[in-house]
Design a protein around this ligand. Structure first.
Ligand SMILES: C[S@@+](CC[C@H](N)C(=O)[O-])C[C@H]1O[C@@H](n2cnc3c(N)ncnc32)[C@H](O)[C@@H]1O
Length: 229
């Protein structure tokens, strides 16, 4: 069990070194990247540095590791996705979970929130190809800045620390009865309502289901100490 957990963490951390996780600040124009000019120093009016340096885009909190299709189906089944549901995948990658929720499980609408713009474009193309471009939407946004309060189902494949950082936001925004399913990682002292182990193509995957309660214990609404909030 512990060995499997460490293996998953290592896979996610290893992926961050390889896939799409380099800080995007290298694409940002800085004072140093201004084109060379033939003007003399006396003729040049120096620009304030603050204006010449736009805020760098935030790098992802979690690397892109797609959920295998067989596990996607089991996550949505565990969440009990049905006609009329409003689904969000926070950190939506290539859009596979949102697209499946809408196309196979009959969700009314699905939204993927994704920080990597290239993955947003890929997800939008995949949704069009699957014929659900009108009901599956993808937004290029930091999930910590997003409003998902109309959700009836939320799916996550993040990391333990990120789940914990997100926990107060989930519990403040979501209505009682909303189902949350997380792939591989739990929420520490917020105990799940159900846990399932699913055999994937290469390993076992653990899925956790929580149903947002009517009365949220106040300690779960607090930011978790030691997490960079
Ligand atoms: C492990 S992948 C899961 C992708 C997809 N949910 C799936 O299960 O196939 C995590 C995704 O979260 C995205 N991500 C990381 N930090 C994010 C943030 N702060 N806001 C939005 N997306 C983020 C990554 O770019 C990546 O696509």
């Amino acid at each position: 069990m512990l060995r499997n957990y460490l293996l998953i963490l290592l896979t996610m951390i290893g992926a961050s070194a390889v896939i799409g996780c380099a800080p995007e600040s290298t694409q940002t124009a800085t004072a140093d990247s201004k084109p060379a000019t033939t003007e003399t120093a006396a003729e040049t009016v120096p620009e304030p540095v603050a204006q010449a340096t736009p805020t760098p885009p935030r790098s992802p909190d979690v690397p892109y590791v797609p959920t295998p299709d067989v596990v996607v189906e089991r996550m949505l089944k565990l969440a009990g996705v049905k006609k009329g549901d409003i689904h969000y995948d926070l950190g939506s990658g290539d859009g596979r979970i949102v697209i499946t929720a809408v196309s196979k499980f009959g969700a009314l609408r699905g939204t993927g929130v994704e920080i990597n713009p290239e993955l947003v474009t890929q997800a939008q193309e995949n949704a069009k190809k699957a014929g659900v471009g009108d009901r599956a939407k993808f937004v290029n946004q930091d999930l910590f800045q997003s409003d998902f309060s109309d959700a009836t189902v939320v799916t996550l494949y993040l990391l333990p620390r990120i789940n914990l950082k997100l926990r107060p936001q989930l519990l403040r925004q979501l209505k009682p009865g909303t189902r949350i399913v997380s792939h591989d990682f739990d929420m520490d002292d917020w105990k799940p309502d159900k846990v399932e182990v699913v055999q994937g193509p290469q390993r076992e995957h653990t899925l956790y289901l929580w149903v947002v309660p009517k009365k949220v214990p106040p300690e779960l609404l607090k930011e978790v100490p030691g997490i960079d909030n």
